[in-house]
Write a protein that binds this ligand. Structure first.
Ligand code: SF4
Length: 714
């Protein structure tokens, strides 16, 4: 089919972290159609079911189209003045840490940049955190511990070049479908390629796996610690690489050797034979990529899991090479962009560190900022706890729905209700969060706004508008900048447009960056609006940023692949092994004897505020359910399709039973999408606990002690 370039707009899918290119077209009658962009290097024309249904989800039904204050329609000036004056007054009376922003991986990089700049440079607090905390914070923390930077070394092409792909806690077939399609296509061409799936459930991804390790929940640290011990015992490590490019191997191996094969088998509930087969395959396959996602990150030991994986790649020198490396894939469309601009409470923009006085000083001078935050702020779970106990007195929530998606959701809702001043900027008028806002600000949706997003392989792509702004909606960056001006910071937030914000973001990444920081797109510092409009997808580090004749930390001038030269971003340039001892973790008890694993289905996204609009997407799975092993079903006298009650000490939900041997005995799986708006009863995150990983602050959403019973209506 011929592309009518004059009428098709090149943009990027707003759902998952694969970041597929989309061609969107508006017909003369206003009808929108989409198709995969054949020239985008993430997807080469492919789209999954969610991406191909994008046009069905962009009507104006349920949209927030005008600012509102206390439930009445207001003008922009009044609403913005109310937000600015209340935040300024709260800061003046209670200090900068009495206010907070809770933002989202749905925001474009330009939106994220402006919100982070206002909070960390001008308010003087680091109380800005993001729903990406729920998605990949453990990977960020693991990268920083091992590499000295939050650098994702992998690329999608590595998945096609690898001889072995190990998928850990990742249902790629449903959650990153286009990556799954790329692997499946590569396997057809290269039948020798092997795939191992490590997942408590036999998900659809198992269909391409040569080996499925149905691991016990949170057994991953033991599995990969055992792998490190196996590599050491069988002389399958790369001694030259370890000596030249790493530190801490001896301690990590010593810690790993505390657990013998029988101990690993007990901790993982895998047989010694299964373990030995997996370990031997890993040891024998130089071109191995280990892909991990929420099953690794959303855990109380998430950061240790990440480092246990990275340890094995460092021990074998399998990093920075084509078809080899650890590879964290992100859930959200712009989780990576948020990391670049410091959209997390413990980071500064451009991958600078909040604990580093030189970085704070650099940021202060670049922004000419009056009050750069001096210490890390509150991470997501801590932020809502601070809201509950009154330390946070004014909260601005942007593009996310924490009343449904945060762990211990009922407590989060109560905290939001009790907060003296809540602002929500959102696309929709009636999410469970929006209805509690004192001020509601109508934000532009996908297709209406311009900016950039960064996908899991560090590729920056444009999102482009192809629809006009309906009603009085405005882009998020504009809303934040207008509030900043009204708070008295006009000079730093004036004359903004997406191209100028991106240029400023790029300039900051290159500002006094002699290669000591990985994130650098400084070549785009002077980008003008015309160049920005035509920006092609590109990966960082941008190739032309290589320093001629000199090797920068982590960067080889002849090779844009991170860590190809064996240099990392630690002070001595060496990667760090982390000595890890698997901890036993018993969360169940006689009252709550089952482990609930929460996750996603193929055709819905987050709390269904968009995908719930498409009847086609709802046909795949029409209602909430819980997967139950047949033996557990028998134990609780539950039949297929019965309505069951799942309860924890925090709440309960009613869902339909799906009895399947794909599920482990003693464990349940339920999707997190359905809320009171769509379900029989209950939000799944009313059950989950606010337990977090101690390093990353990421909630343990995949291991919740619950009770199960057949529901009998009274
Ligand atoms: Fe969108 Fe992800 Fe599907 Fe690609 S794989 S079309 S980015 S949801």
């Amino acid at each position: 089919m011929e592309i009518d370039a004059a009428r098709e707009v090149r943009t990027t899918c707003p759902y998952c972290g694969v970041g597929c290119g989309v061609l969107a077209k508006v017909a003369a009658d206003g009808q929108v159609s989409v198709r995969g962009d054949p020239d985008h290097p993430a997807n080469f024309g492919r789209l999954c079911s969610k991406g191909s249904a994008l046009a069905e989800t962009i009507d104006l039904d349920g949209r927030l189209l005008h600012p509102e204050i206390d439930g009445r329609r207001a003008g922009w000036d009044e609403a913005l003045d109310r937000v600015a004056s209340t935040f300024s007054k709260t800061i003046a009376e209670h200090g900068p840490d009495s206010v907070a922003f809770y933002v989202s991986g749905q925001l474009l990089t330009e939106d994220y940049y402006v919100a982070n700049k206002l909070m960390k440079g001008f308010v003087g607090s680091a109380n800005i955190d993001t729903n990406s905390r729920l998605c990949m914070a453990s990977s960020v923390a693991g990268h920083r511990r091992a590499f000295g930077s939050d650098t994702v070394p992998g690329t999608y092409e590595d998945l096609e070049l690898a001889d072995l792909i190990v998928l850990v806690g990742s249902n790629l077939a449903w959650c990153h479908p286009v990556l799954y399609q790329r692997i499946a296509a590569a396997r057809e061409k290269r039948p020798d390629m092997k795939v191992v799936l490590v997942d408590p459930r036999r998900t659809m991804t198992a269909d391409i796996a040569d080996m499925h390790l149905a691991i016990a929940p949170d057994g991953d640290v033991a599995l990969f610690t055992g792998l490190l011990a196996h590599l050491g015992q069988h002389n399958a490590v790369d001694r030259g690489y370890i000596s030249a490019h790493t530190a801490g191997f001896g301690q990590a191996l010593f810690a790993a050797s505390k657990l013998d094969l029988a101990g690993v088998a007990a901790a993982t509930d895998l047989s010694e034979d299964e373990l030995t087969r997996f370990y031997s395959l890993f040891a024998a396959t130089a071109k191995t990529v280990t892909v991990y996602s929420q099953g690794v990150n959303q855990s109380s030991s998430g950061t240790d899991k990440v480092n246990a994986v990275i340890n094995c790649h460092l021990a074998t020198g399998r990093i920075g090479k084509p078809g080899a490396g650890p590879f964290s894939v992100t859930g959200q469309p712009n989780a990576m962009g948020g990391r670049e601009v410091g959209g997390m409470a413990n980071m500064l923009a451009a991958h600078m560190e909040i604990e580093n006085p030189e970085h704070r000083d650099r940021l202060q001078r670049f922004w000419n900022a009056p009050a750069v935050a001096q210490k890390p702020g509150l991470k997501a779970v801590e932020m809502f706890q601070a809201l509950a106990d009154g330390r946070i007195k004014a909260l601005w929530i942007m593009a996310t729905n924490p009343v449904d998606s945060m762990p211990d959701a009922d407590a989060v809702e109560a905290a939001i209700k009790a907060c003296p001043f809540v602002v929500v900027s959102d696309v929709l008028a009636k999410t469970d969060t929006v209805r509690h806002a004192h001020v509601r600000l109508p934000a532009a949706a996908w297709g209406e706004k311009d900016g950039t997003v960064t996908n899991s392989e560090r590729r920056i792509s444009r999102q482009r508008a192809f629809l006009g702004l309906p009603g009085e909606v405005r882009p998020d960056w504009w809303i934040v900048a207008e509030v900043a001006r009204r708070m008295g910071f006009g000079a730093a937030f004036s004359h903004y447009a997406p191209a100028e914000i991106f240029a400023e973001h790029a300039a900051l990444s290159g500002f006094e960056n002699d290669g000591a920081r990985d994130f650098d797109i400084g070549i785009y510092a002077g980008v003008d609006s015309k160049t920005y409009a035509a920006l092609e997808p590109f990966q960082w580090p941008a190739p032309s940023l290589s320093t001629p004749g000199g090797v920068q930390a982590g960067r080889d001038p002849s090779n844009t692949r991170f860590f190809a030269n064996g240099n990392f971003y630690t002070p001595d340039g060496k990667a760090r092994f982390i000595a890890i001892r698997p901890a036993s973790d018993t969360r169940t008890n006689p009252d709550y004897p089952l482990i609930l694993n929460t996750g996603r289905v193929r055709d819905h996204w987050h709390t269904m505020t968009r995908t719930g609009k498409s009847p086609r997407l709802s046909q795949h799975i029409a209602e909430p359910f819980v997967e139950i092993h047949p033996a557990d079903a028998q134990r609780y006298d539950i039949g297929d399709a019965d309505i069951v009650r799942i309860s924890s000490p925090r709440g309960e939900v009613l869902v339909r039973a799906m009895i399947t041997s794909r599920q482990r005995r003693g464990s349940l799986f339920a999707p997190m999408h359905w809320t009171d708006q769509f379900a029989a009863k209950g939000r799944l995150d009313a059950l989950t606990a606010s337990l977090t990983d101690p390093v990353s602050g990421q909630p343990a959403l995949k291991h919740v002690a619950v009770r199960l019973e057949k529901f009998a209506a009274k």
